[in-house]
Design a protein around this ligand. Structure first.
Ligand code: NI
Length: 257
């Protein structure tokens, strides 16, 4: 089988994989998975991500601090954490900084989110490593940072409008990824975006174990389910699934490698 599936964003360190992680991950290449980028959300999970990338040849890692983690860390030690992250970026299998960003959906104080996100944007700029951005109900501020730093990176699980996408693509070297949400019955924005996103800017992701596409919505997600997301996007764009997989794989390789 051709391995055409590139899962641009996943969390296999999540406890939902504790019982059968190795079995699931080892089965992925036979299901057409070419590569997976596992994302840390704090120092501990970033180190886990690197561990997986060293264990499985087709795994790569992104390392960073997620907005939902900012209340768990001692912000006065941020420079220490950043130095630790920076020292790990030399590893060939660490392909990005993240996941970081802004989350206004959950009740998390905004000030530390901004400090931690902006610090990682600077690290990305200084090291030329792409950045993986989480934007949940924080579109305006996220766009402002993209305009300010013009990063190379990924807006993962893109949930903004087609209008916002046009703006995002005017600055820096940005890509977006779409996941299971595009297959949901009530999906409106992701469907609109899937139809118009330039083909050289689109990646596919799972955000596993979350956000399984239909017909597995609500169940634990893994990279083999990307085929359903690809099928839906192929349908929306009147293209073949193979072409969607080829383009998105190429784009992910251009972004990360
Ligand atoms: Ni994520």
């Amino acid at each position: 089988m051709d391995r055409l599936i590139f899962d641009a964003h996943a969390h296999y360190d999540d406890e939902k994989f504790d019982t059968d992680r190795d079995e699931i991950i080892s089965s992925l290449p036979d299901k057409g998975i070419f590569a997976v980028v596992n994302n840390g959300v704090d120092i501990e999970t970033s180190l886990k991500s690197i561990e997986f990338a060293e264990k499985y040849p087709f795994f790569y890692s992104a390392i960073g601090i997620h907005p939902q983690s900012v209340t768990d860390i001692d912000i006065s030690r941020l420079e220490e954490y950043m130095a630790q992250i920076a020292s790990l970026l030399d590893n060939d299998k660490v392909v990005a900084i993240g996941e970081t960003g802004l989350d206004y959906y959950w009740d998390i104080p905004k000030a530390p989110q901004h400090i931690v996100f902006e610090r990682q944007l600077k690290l990305s700029r200084d090291t030329s490593k792409p950045i993986v951005i989480h934007d949940r109900e924080a579109h305006g501020d996220t766009l402002d940072y993209i305009k300010k730093y013009c990063p190379k990176g990924l807006l993962h699980c893109y949930s903004g409008s087609a209008e916002m996408l046009k703006e995002v693509l005017r600055y820096g070297d940005m890509y977006i990824s779409l996941g299971g949400a595009v297959t949901f019955k009530n999906a409106r924005l992701p469907v609109e975006v899937a139809k118009v996103v330039p083909l050289d800017r689109l990646l596919l992701e799972t955000d596993a174990p979350y956000l399984s596409p239909v017909p597995y919505r609500g169940k634990r997600n893994d990279s083999s389910n990307i085929i359903y997301t690809a099928q839906k996007i192929a349908e929306l764009r009147d293209m073949s699934v193979t072409d969607i997989l080829k383009f998105t794989k190429e784009n992910a390789c251009r972004l990360y490698f």
